[in-house]
Structure formats: C-alpha cells, structure tokens
Design a protein around this ligand. Structure first.
Ligand code: HEC
Length: 186
C-alpha cells in the first residue's frame, strides 16, 4: 500500500513537472513564431519584388533589428525573443555560452541529417527559461548565406560593407543555420 502511494505521488510530481515544461515550451514557441513569421513575411515579399535578392539584402541589413525590437515591444514583460547562430553575420546576434552549447547539439544532429526543425529545447538559466527553435538552410536562404562563389557581387559588396566580420556564408540546403530563442522570466 505504502509503495503504491509513494509511486502515485512520484507520478503526480512527474506529471506536473512535465506539464510545466510543456507550458513553457508552448509559450516560448508562440513568441518564436511571432518573430519568425514577421521576418519570413518581409523576406518573402522583398525576394518577390527583386528576385536577385539585393533589395531584400538591403532590407534585412537596415530593418531586421527594428523588426526584432518591434516584435519585442508587443511581448509581455519579462519576455524577450532574438536570433543567434554559431557563424553570425551581425555582431549584434553574437551567442553566449548557453546558446553555443544548445546550437552545437543542433549542429551535430543536422550534420547527421537528423535534425527536426520542430526539435524545441528548453533550458533553465539564472531565473529564466530559454526556449530554442532551430533554423535550417532552405533554398531561399542561399542567395545570401550560400557558397560565396555563387553569391552575386552586389550582395557580397553589401555584406562586406555592413558586416566586416561576417561568418554566415558557405551553407548548403539542410545545414543548421542558427536559432530563434525566447527568454521567459520565471
Ligand atoms: C536577402 C539576403 C538574405 C536572405 C535571403 C537570408 N538572410 Fe539571413 N541574414 C541576412 C542579413 C543581412 C543578416 C544580418 C541582419 C539580421 O538579420 O540580423 C542575416 C541574419 C540571419 C540570422 C541571424 C544570425 C546572424 O547570423 O546574424 C539568421 C539566423 C539567418 N539570417 C537565417 C537565415 C535563414 C534560415 C534564411 C532562409 C530562410 C535566411 N537567413 C535568408 C540576409 C539574408
């Protein structure tokens, strides 16, 4: 009888822990999608307007930060969302050690062709939860993040001028590119 009761309590505890984790995950994904959708919609529209990608490049270079700030302004207090990568283009997106650890695990999975874009990771860190979603390289990304020899001279010139420390070229379709991460205060 006693064992059964202990087991029940343990099962209950476990299920509430899992429920909490799930709630954080769902909340985090909601914020990630807000930023992801905003950037994607803009990128799509600008790539359609100018298929060379040059106009979209100028748009991303001048507006990605403002878009990120505008999305953050709409979020509840204590919540923040941003993008980062192992090989960054913008120094403003530089990762910290926790980001690097999570991303190295994602990269290993992607290199083994086993990364699911829905592989959400939740990490607890100094009073906050972090929720990570991986981004994979798709064909549309290649004009600005693909093989340097295939990136147009115009786009390369913008990259060189705006991002002298750029590391975000040389990717292939299916490669791990980076993450969107939301941070939620406990
Ligand atoms: C038209 C050019 C262009 C295309 C296409 C493009 N990007 Fe970027 N990307 C940029 C520029 C410019 C930046 C740096 C400014 C910013 O967005 O923060 C950037 C930054 C990023 C970052 C933030 C981390 C960092 O390196 O600074 C990620 C993640 C990213 N891109 C992923 C992608 C993915 C995934 C795709 C395809 C779905 C894509 N990009 C398509 C130009 C582009």
């Amino acid at each position: 009888m006693k064992t059964i009761r202990t087991l029940t309590i343990a099962a209950l505890l476990l299920s509430t822990l899992q429920a909490d984790d799930l709630a954080v995950k769902q909340e985090g994904v909601k914020y990630i999608k807000m930023l992801g959708k905003e950037l994607k919609t803009n990128l799509k529209a600008h790539m359609k307007a100018d298929p060379s990608g040059l106009e979209a490049m100028g748009f991303c270079a001048s507006k990605a930060e403002a878009i990120t700030q505008a999305v953050n302004a709409k979020l509840p207090g204590g919540v923040h969302v941003r993008r980062t990568a192992l090989q960054t283009r913008s120094e403003k997106n530089t990762p910290d050690t926790t980001d690097i650890k999570v991303m190295q695990a994602y990269k290993a999975k992607a290199d083994a062709k086993k990364l699911d874009p829905k592989d959400i990771q939740v990490v607890e860190k100094e009073g906050v939860y972090r929720v990570y979603k991986p981004l994979l390289i798709k064909p549309v990304c290649m004009k600005c993040h693909g093989d340097e020899a295939k990136i147009s001279g115009d786009i390369k010139a913008v990259i060189k001028k705006m991002y002298p420390t750029d590391m975000a070229t040389g990717f292939k379709v299916g490669d791990f590119r980076g993450v969107i991460v939301s941070e939620i205060k406990k």
